[in-house]
Structures are given as structure tokens and as C-alpha cells.
Design a protein. Structure first.
Lengths: 553, 124
């Protein structure tokens, strides 16, 4: 980040003190919630699924909170501020995706699983291979997502607190990592969910406030705001599709690929899926998705106002603070602007508030992701693969806590070098892996009697390897040159070029591979044992007969 | 505390297996599955097709999408907002369908399961 940006943001030390105290307030609040929630963690069902005792609206807020990550909040409004209409395309894919979760996945999974994504497959497949495969893809998807959030935290915190040295940035990442380990080991699912609910309320409140102030500025006339955005940016096509993705046929196909990953990825994200186990029945799982759709839809409509509002009110030119942060600072700076502008008291308060909300968002989402990975390691790998189901609940919870430490440590170690990577890219990659490795086997397991262990294992590993592998050989990793600056736009510098896959987004190839390998694996195997329990799975998924019930304390 | 089926993947007791088979063969269950699938599958195809149409138009029908409708509000923006609207409407329709058409049958089958599998199963 440039020195001028830092100076501008850190203009007054009073502002920094205000921001810092709000950040500390967020930390104290979430730590308090975690201690409070930890009192009820006795059994595995408490630790992994909060005793299945949340109501539909509560879980809906938590689901929405998990989904409205830093990438959504800062990323989408920033993308709109910089790329105009093409930024809006993201939010549409992210929202429509919820219909897949609502119609095909949420209720059936709630009825047929227990704690993890793998449970539903393991219901009728051989335990060791499917649990190992599903746990692997759970951890991979969650770590990509986790890295995106931690890199975002590093950038946001260091920038808003006026810290510039690399060492200080790394310490912020370490601090976020330690906090998330604390939430997960102490609070379990209950603590993590309450942190998520509180954050979702704060985020909605903050966004509503800024949206209202932006609309007030334009006399509640959307057309006027859009017109000002075109004028201020000096881009006549700002409101039309194609500014970012319409450059060439390759970029258009890349956009189709991205769209597929967005719309099919949500229902395969492990940290979203395990939220459906925190409610007592399939009906409450449905209610939580409905609440989530309402909240997320409303939120994305507001980010539309924030994005175009930022384009209309802030400097978004190539040398601006917004552009240099690849859009991530559009919302916080817009808050400062509508609060009275830089240097004013109102501007400072709103900037600090929105920054603190973004920080709370990151903390809550990283906690949810770490819990998901730790649950899968403890429940799938330790309890079922290694101990063959003979572990006690106490042992299992201890392993989950240990796994949270391990995953937290790995995430910290990976996030420090990953600071060079684009946040939106990491999130899009997590969606692509989820859509390729997780969704095909979940859907085929519920709707295809013949589907068997080999099909599930091929589908998961095939989707996982093809999506990650194609990215390794894509322009994201090597061989892309920024046409304006002539610098490398890839992970590797100029001179290293081993890319042969033309697209940034692998979904258009890897999602069909996931489905195809599920089909081929199934038909080439003579294993029919999984068919025996398909009737059972179907009855249980659709009626809830024999499904896991809530824990009464 | 919890049943061993999902936990260890061991085959369930013969009686429970028979009970699930019995429920699966019932007219109620066939009705439930038909009602669920006849909503979920066509509507999934429909909203995916509608979404892909939007993606394709954003890519290859930019002239049409850039047409101004009212003031600075163009077809692309309205089309995008219609995706929001259709998502809300389909979610609402599904919830109504599930509450009225699916839940009563599912509850009936679940009650049968609880009754016939004995108290320890249902209460747990």
C-alpha cells in the first residue's frame, strides 16, 4: 500500500485511537461471548452442532454471517466501484446459488447427516475411503477460504491503524490466527455461532446506515447516483456489462466459468453445510435458508448502492486509494465520505465503525472455517477412519481442539506468504473447488440409487485435483502480464511461465469432471452394497425418520 | 446416546432396516417423493437456465443489455434485479409448497417410524 494512502487514512492520531479502541471492543465482545457459550460444551453434539438447539432465524443470521465474509462486504462493493456493472455480476451468482442449497441440499443433509459433510456420504458408502476423501476436500476448501480472510484482515488492520512494516502485518495475521484458535477451542459451535450472529447484526446495521446516507446524498434517486458514477469515473460504459469480462472471447468464457462456480459452489461449501446441523429439524433448516436468502439478498442490494455510491463520490482513478487496495477500501472510505469527509468527526466515527465491523466479520468467518476443518479432521479422520468409531466423545472433542490448533497454525504459516494473492481470487477458487469436488457427490448420493463408493471417491478427488491443478497451470499462477505497467500479474514474476490453461477460473472444466468421474467410477465398480441402504437414506432424508434430534440441557 | 448407524456405518438392526423398507414401500412415501421431486427438479432446471441466460446476455448481448430504460437505469440492471426477485419468489414458493404439500406427509411417516421402532428410538 502506498505511503500517501496511509498518511491520508492515518491523518489524525485521534482517528487511529478511535479505530483501535473499536477494534479492541470487538475483540472483547467476541471473547466474552465465547466464554459465555463455552459453559455448555459437554458432548460432541454440543461441540460440533451446538446441541442442534438454534432456531431458524438465529441460524439464518449465522448462515448469512458466514456468507457475508470480508470478500463479500469489502470485495463486491469494491469491484462495483472499480468495474461498474461487472462487479454486480458476482453478487447475482452468490445469491442465486442459495436456491440450489434450499431446493436440493439443506433439508436432505440435515436429516441424513450428523456433524460433517462426509456423514451423508458415509451413510451408505464404505467409511474409510469416502470419509478420507470428503475430509480432504473439506480442509482444502476451508483453507483457501481461510487464507482469503486472513490476508484481508492483515491488509485492513494494518492500513487502518497506519501500520506499514511487513513485520507488523505478519503479527496482525498471527494475532487473528490466535484469536480464531481461541474461539474454536473454547467456544465450539455454540460460541462460533453466537459470534457470527452478533457480527451479522452489526454488519447489517452498519451497511443500512451507510446505504441510507448515500441514498440521502442523491435524494433517493438511483438514476442520479448512477449518472454521477458515470460522470465521476469518466467511463461511459460503466453501467454496461463487459467492462471487466467483455475484453476478449477468453475473458467471456472465463466469466461463464466463474458464474458456474459461484452458482454451484455455495451448496458445496463445508462451513455452510455444517450450519444445517445446528438446528433441531429439517423444517428449521429450511427456515434458516429462507432467512439467509432474505438477509443476503437485501445485503447485496445495499452493496450495489455502496459500490456505485463509492464510484460517484470517491476518487477511483488508477492512483487512488480505492484502486490501490483493488477496491477493498471502497466501503470504509465511502463511510468516511458520507459521514462528513476526511478530517471531520462524523467521517472519523463512521470510518472507524465500518472498519471495526469488517474486522468482526473476518474474525467470525475465520472461526467458522477453522471449526469446520477441525470437526472434519476429528469426526471423519480420527473417530471414524483411525479409531473405527471406537473413540469416546471426550477424546473426539480433544482431537477437534488439537486440530483447531494445527489448522490455525497452518493457516497462519500460509497466510503470511499469501499476502501477495488477490482476495477475491482465493474466494472464487474455494467456490470452484467446492462446486467441483463436493457438490457432485452430494447430489448423486441423494438422487442416484446406483451411486457407490468408487464413484464418490473418484468424484471428490477428481474434482479436487482438476480444479486446483488447472489453477496451478493458469495465468493466475504464471505468465500473465499487466498490459499497463508491464509487470507480472501472476503469482510468479516475469520470466516464469508454465501456464497452458487459458482461464483464471477452472469451474467450466472441473465441475463436469467431478460429475463425469462420479458416473464413471460408479459404473466401473461391481460394488452394489451402497444400493442396499439407498431406500433408507431416501426415507430418512425426506421424512426425518431416525434423524439426529436436538440435545436438551 | 446416539444410534450407531451414522456413527460407524454398521448395518442397522434387521428390524430397523425392515421398518425403513416398509416406509419406503408405503403409498405415503411415494406420494411425498413425487411431490418433492416434481417441485425441486423442474424449478432447479428453470432457475439455472434463467441464470445462464442472464450470464450469456451479459457476455454476448451487450447491445441489448446496455439499452437505457428510465434515466440511467438500463436493461442489464433491471435483468440483474429480476434475478434477485426470481430468487426471492422461488424461495417463497418452495417454502409454501413444503409447508403445505410435504411437511404433513413427512410428519406422518416420522410418527410411524417413532411408533414402530419403539420409544427409545423416538425420544432418545
Amino acid at each position: 500500500m502506498s505511503a500517501t494512502t496511509t498518511i491520508r487514512l492515518a491523518a489524525g492520531s485521534d482517528n487511529q485511537a478511535l479505530t483501535a479502541s473499536l477494534f479492541i471492543a470487538v475483540v472483547i465482545l467476541t471473547v466474552g461471548i465465547t466464554f459465555w457459550a463455552s459453559r455448555q460444551n459437554h458432548s460432541t453434539a454440543d461441540y460440533y452442532a451446538a446441541g442442534r438447539s438454534f432456531t431458524g432465524p438465529q441460524n439464518g443470521l449465522a448462515v448469512a454471517g458466514d456468507y457475508m465474509s470480508a470478500a463479500s462486504f469489502l470485495g463486491i462493493s469494491g469491484a462495483i466501484a472499480l468495474s461498474g456493472y461487472d462487479g454486480f455480476l458476482y453478487s447475482i451468482g452468490f445469491l442465486v446459488a442459495w436456491l440450489v442449497a434450499l431446493l436440493l441440499v439443506a433439508e436432505l443433509l440435515r436429516n441424513s447427516g450428523r456433524f460433517t459433510m462426509a456423514d451423508q456420504l458415509a451413510y451408505r458408502m464404505r467409511q474409510t475411503p469416502v470419509r478420507t476423501a470428503a475430509a480432504t476436500s473439506t480442509v482444502v476448501v476451508s483453507i483457501f477460504y481461510l487464507l482469503a480472510q486472513m490476508v484481508g484482515a492483515g491488509a485492513l488492520v494494518t492500513l487502518l491503524l497506519g501500520v506499514t512494516s511487513e513485520g507488523a502485518k505478519n503479527w496482525v495475521i498471527v494475532g487473528v490466527g490466535l484469536l480464531m484458535i481461541f474461539y474454536v477451542t473454547v467456544g465450539g459451535m455454540k460460541g462460533t455461532t453466537w459470534v457470527q450472529i452478533v457480527k451479522a447484526v452489526l454488519l447489517m446495521a452498519g451497511t443500512i446506515l451507510i446505504t441510507f446516507l448515500v441514498l440521502l446524498h442523491f435524494h433517493f434517486n438511483i438514476s442520479e447516483m448512477l449518472g454521477s458514477a458515470v460522470e465521476k469515473t469518466g467511463k461511459p460504459n460503466f453501467l454496461d456489462p463487459g467492462l471487466k469480462y467483455g475484453v476478449s472471447t477468453t475473458s467471456k468464457i472465463d466469466f461463464v466459468s466463474l458464474s458456474l462456480a459461484l452458482v454451484l459452489g455455495t451448496a458445496g461449501l463445508p462451513h455452510i453445510l455444517i450450519r444445517f446441523y445446528t438446528v433441531p429439524t429439517a423444517k428449521t433448516a429450511r427456515t434458516s435458508v429462507l432467512w439467509a436468502i432474505g438477509l443476503i439478498g437485501f445485503f447485496y442490494l445495499m452493496t450495489l448502492v455502496l459500490g456505485f455510491g463509492a464510484a460517484a463520490l470517491l476518487n477511483t482513478g488508477p492512483d487512488s486509494a480505492v484502486a490501490k487496495s483493488t477496491g477493498n477500501l471502497a466501503s470504509p472510505l465511502l463511510a468516511e465520505e458520507v459521514g462528513g469527509g476526511a478530517g471531520s468527526f462524523g467521517g472519523a466515527v463512521l470510518l472507524a465503525f465500518i472498519a471495526a465491523v469488517a474486522f468482526a466479520t473476518i474474525l467470525a468467518v475465520v472461526a467458522g472455517l477453522t471449526l469446520t476443518s477441525a470437526s472434519s479432521v476429528a469426526h471423519d479422520i480420527y473417530a471414524n477412519v483411525i479409531k473405527k468409531g471406537k473413540a469416546t466423545e471426550k477424546q473426539e472433542i480433544n482431537v477437534a481442539r488439537g486440530a483447531a490448533f494445527g489448522i490455525g497454525f497452518i493457516a497462519i504459516m500460509l497466510a503470511i506468504p499469501a499476502q501477495k494473492l488477490n482476495i477475491a481470487f482465493l474466494v472464487a477458487l474455494a467456490f470452484a473447488v467446492a462446486a467441483s469436488a463436493n457438490l457432485p457427490s452430494l447430489i448423486m448420493n441423494l438422487f442416484w440409487r446406483r451411486f457407490n463408493t468408487r464413484g464418490a471417491v473418484w468424484s471428490i478427488y477428481g474434482g479436487l485435483i482438476s480444479s486446483v491443478g488447472l489453477v496451478v497451470f493458469s495465468p493466475v499462477v504464471s505468465g500473465k502480464v499487466n498490459p499497463v505497467t508491464g509487470e507480472s500479474a501472476s503469482l510468479f514474476g516475469l520470466g516464469t511461465d508454465f501456464h497452458w490453461f487459458p482461464l483464471d477460473n477452472p469451474g467450466i472444466v472441473s465441475i463436469p469432471i467431478g460429475f463425469l468421474l462420479g458416473y464413471l467410477g460408479t459404473i466401473t465398480s461391481r460394488d452394489t452394497t451402497s444400493e442396499d441402504r439407498f431406500d433408507e437414506l431416501e426415507v430418512r432424508a425426506l421424512t426425518g425418520a431416525g434423524s439426529e434430534k436436538a440435545i436438551v440441557h | 446416546m446416539t444410534e450407531p448407524v451414522t456413527r460407524h456405518g454398521e448395518p442397522p438392526s434387521a428390524e430397523r432396516h425392515a421398518l425403513y423398507q416398509e416406509l419406503h414401500a408405503s403409498a405415503d412415501f411415494h406420494d411425498l417423493r413425487k411431490r418433492y421431486r416434481s417441485f425441486a427438479i423442474p424449478w432447479t432446471v428453470a432457475f439455472l437456465a434463467w441464470y445462464l441466460l442472464y450470464v450469456v446476455c451479459s457476455n454476448w448481448a451487450t447491445g441489448f443489455m446496455s439499452t437505457d430504460l428510465v434515466g440511467n437505469i438500463n436493461v442489464a440492471l433491471v435483468f440483474g434485479l429480476l434475478q434477485f426477485l426470481s430468487t426471492f419468489v422461488i424461495a417463497w414458493m418452495y417454502s409454501r409448497h413444503a409447508n403445505k404439500q410435504l411437511d404433513p406427509i413427512a410428519a406422518r411417516l416420522d410418527e410411524t417410524y417413532i411408533r414402530e421402532s419403539g420409544n427409545q428410538e423416538g425420544v432418545r
